[in-house]
Design a protein around this ligand. Sequence first.
Ligand SMILES: C[S@@+](CC[C@H](N)C(=O)[O-])C[C@H]1O[C@@H](n2cnc3c(N)ncnc32)[C@H](O)[C@@H]1O
Length: 109
Amino acid sequence: MNLVCQYIIMNTEIKKIMAFNDESQIINKIIVGDCLEVMKKIKDNTFDMIFADPPYNMQLQNELYWPNNTKVDGVDDEWDQFGGFEDYNKFSEAWLKEAKRVLKENGTI
Ligand SMILES: C[S@@+](CC[C@H](N)C(=O)[O-])C[C@H]1O[C@@H](n2cnc3c(N)ncnc32)[C@H](O)[C@@H]1O
């Protein structure tokens, strides 16, 4: 099973890799980089499974509570800041489109 890690740490070294042509560059590797850039370098139908825990645009304007009355802890990290729903949708569609392309026909996400 081939998996790719979705973690981001902007890394200039990744730009030196034009394409992942050899599976040994991917299998059992953690590829550090912007997933939008990294996935473009991976050929179609590569992965059996994709597991992603992406930004959720959890910028709460007001207090929000779970059904058990505990307070929802929003996210204020820089990676979760988007210009608005349109920006967030653009980001989500971009990574999902690439994820679909690199996922095998019978793969799962
Ligand atoms: C909801 S958090 C996931 C946290 C992770 N599951 C953990 O336990 O540490 C979303 C993560 O996506 C990363 N991220 C945001 N944009 C990204 C991108 N374009 N490419 C890769 N990772 C990205 C953020 O840095 C953040 O760590």
